[in-house]
Design a protein around this ligand. Structure first.
Ligand code: HEM
Ligand SMILES: N[C@@H](CC(=O)c1ccccc1NC=O)C(=O)O
Length: 341
């Protein structure tokens, strides 16, 4: 994933409050690493079979290793790590869970919150790619990536099934430990909203004092959205869109326009139907917009079942705020164009 560093050797970060983080398998860093020289039944070591090389590869190499060891899994590795840990920094990832209370239900809340952040990051990076593909007139490629984004957004939605299983009493048992922390302060979520075209500069303010974060958020706010890129593409394909639509300030909230609505209606009414690449693009964008609206509606519903009408930790009236933001439609003229067909 772009934006993720790939250190040559993993580093184990210090734990919270300066304590040392647990090492692999939950052990401390002072423990001896596993032996790396155990001999396999067939007399070869995993190291001899090439089992330590994280970059070792190719079908021929894997076939050689499997044949040499009669298909036995590689289990003995040099260098005090495994290729799996190194590939995805698994030990670092698994050292980042620090619930604040003794309430067992805080663990699923905490872990699912982290899962969602990872999915927001994935969505953002995928959408950056979609925007570049649209800028390059690679419409079929863009539609292909949007097809996956739709599924990733569906995965995000299904996490509410788990969070909805928290009883109000379970949530209340740890809610005070959250202080003023709120999902409203998720900068990755804000960047997803921005790249989808929902630009509210006020909400960027929470992040502007955070080093390393402020620049990313500002860029996401100021750069054109995926929707801006789609409208520019429609114009290149002959849609009569004016400067008011094409040259607006991308950092300002999108004002729905009748000309954009007409342009999308024309894609549906006068294009070649499902075989037409603009038709497919329109439907792929609506798939993603709908999935994100579903995410918001499920959030609203889940929050209502857990805290009812109580205010949120982030300063809002809670469900009242969530109901209002749930009404937003990403790519608005793609929705309103339906009324013209
Ligand atoms: C399950 C317990 C949860 C409750 C009770 C809850 C409640 C709320 C409330 C009341 C708000 C409005 C802002 C505020 O005043 O805090 C909010 C916003 C938000 N929450 Fe949650 N939330 C929960 C879980 C999550 C999770 C797991 C995520 C995902 C990381 C999340 C992401 C967000 C986001 C992104 C917003 C901002 C929405 C927007 O402005 O469009 N929430 N939440
Ligand atoms: N706004 C929520 C709390 C919340 O959503 C939250 C708090 C701390 C860390 C993450 C949170 N939400 C998303 O993961 C509430 O009012 O209880």
């Amino acid at each position: 994933m772009r934006g993720v560093t790939h250190p040559e050797r993993r580093t184990t970060p210090p734990g919270r409050n300066g304590t040392s983080a647990p090492g692999r398998n939950g052990t401390t860093d002072t423990e001896e690493p596993h032996s790396t020289t155990d001999t396999e039944p067939n007399g070869t070591t995993d190291a001899e079979a090439g089992g330590t090389a994280t970059g070792a590869g190719g079908d021929a190499e894997r076939a050689r290793v499997a044949a040499l060891r009669d298909g036995a899994p590689l289990v003995d590795f040099d260098a005090g790590t495994t290729p799996y840990i190194d590939y995805q920094s698994i030990d670092v990832l698994l050292s980042l869970q620090h619930p604040r209370s003794a309430e067992p239900a805080e663990v699923p809340f905490y872990v699912l919150g982290q899962v969602k952040e990872l999915l927001f990051k994935l969505l953002y990076e995928e959408l950056v790619r979609v925007r570049s593909l649209l800028d390059a007139d690679e419409v079929r490629q863009a539609v292909w990536v949007l097809r996956r984004v739709h599924r990733e957004a569906g995965l995000l939605c299904s996490t509410w099934d788990v969070l909805g299983s928290l009883a109000p009493t379970e949530f209340n048992a740890f809610r005070d430990s959250l202080g003023q922390a709120s999902g409203l302060q998720s900068y990755m979520y804000r960047m997803v909203e921005y790249i989808l075209g929902n630009k509210d500069p006020q909400l960027a303010r929470a992040h502007l004092g955070v080093p390393g974060v402020a620049d990313q958020v500002r860029r996401a706010l100021e750069e054109p959205s995926v929707y801006d890129a789609a409208l520019a593409l429609l114009a290149r394909r002959g849609a009569p869109l004016t400067a008011a639509t094409l040259e607006r300030d991308p950092a300002r909230a999108h004002e729905p326009s009748e000309e954009a609505e007409r342009a999308w209606a024309r894609v549906y009414a006068e294009g070649g139907g499902p075989d037409d690449e603009l038709f497919r693009l329109a439907e792929a964008l609506v798939d993603v917009a709908e999935a994100m609206c579903r995410w918001r509606s499920l959030h609203l519903l889940t929050v209502e079942r857990i805290i009812g009408t109580k205010p949120g930790t982030g300063g809002t009236h809670g469900v009242r705020w969530l109901r209002r933001v749930s009404e937003h439609r990403f790519f608005p003229e793609l929705w309103s164009a339906r009324g013209r067909l």
